[in-house]
Design a protein around this ligand. Structure first.
Ligand SMILES: [Cu+2]
Length: 163
């Protein structure tokens, strides 16, 4: 929706520029600056020292390309209080997954077998961000996500709704 609006704005701006009867050179130099202003932001999720994600539910369209940026806004060290964002396939037992991941410190607390993971960020320390892009499942439904750092999933979890 936002993207479409921006495209219309661009189109309108282009009409204005060409409509003024200015030289072609002016129109060419104006266009790239407008394009740079169109940023596809995606979903931004913050993780904090209080074991919270800023977003516990978001909705995407089936099969669409989804961009999620995780930002750790906390101050505690990654080794003792890191955060990640892991989206699971439908039907995955979140508790069982988190328990399996818990002991895997060497793999940023992800299980070796990632078959039940749709997408995941890396484990982040204070003020770090990671952006992931993935294709939403084509099957509508609810897909849970969590932070797999030991002890965090109790509150650091949410649902991606695919419509
Ligand atoms: Cu966490």
């Amino acid at each position: 929706m936002f993207k479409n609006l921006s495209v219309y704005a661009l189109f309108f701006a282009a009409l204005l520029v060409t409509g003024c009867g200015g030289g072609g050179e002016q129109a060419e130099s104006a266009a790239p600056a407008q394009e740079e202003a169109v940023a596809v932001e995606g979903i931004v999720v913050e993780a904090n020292d209080q074991l919270q994600f800023s977003i516990n539910e978001f909705t995407v369209a089936a099969g669409e390309e989804v961009t999620v940026t995780l930002h750790n806004v906390g101050t505690l060290p990654k080794e003792t209080f890191g955060h990640n964002f892991v989206i699971l396939t439908a039907g995955t037992d979140l508790e069982a997954f988190a328990t399996a991941a818990m002991g895997n410190a060497d793999n940023e607390y992800l299980p070796t077998d990632l078959s039940s993971v749709i997408a995941h960020t890396s484990l982040l320390g204070p003020d770090e961000t990671d952006t992931i892009t993935f294709t939403a499942p084509t099957e509508p439904g609810q897909y849970e996500y969590l932070c797999t750092f030991p002890g965090h999933y109790g509150t650091m979890r949410g649902v991606m709704i695919v419509e």
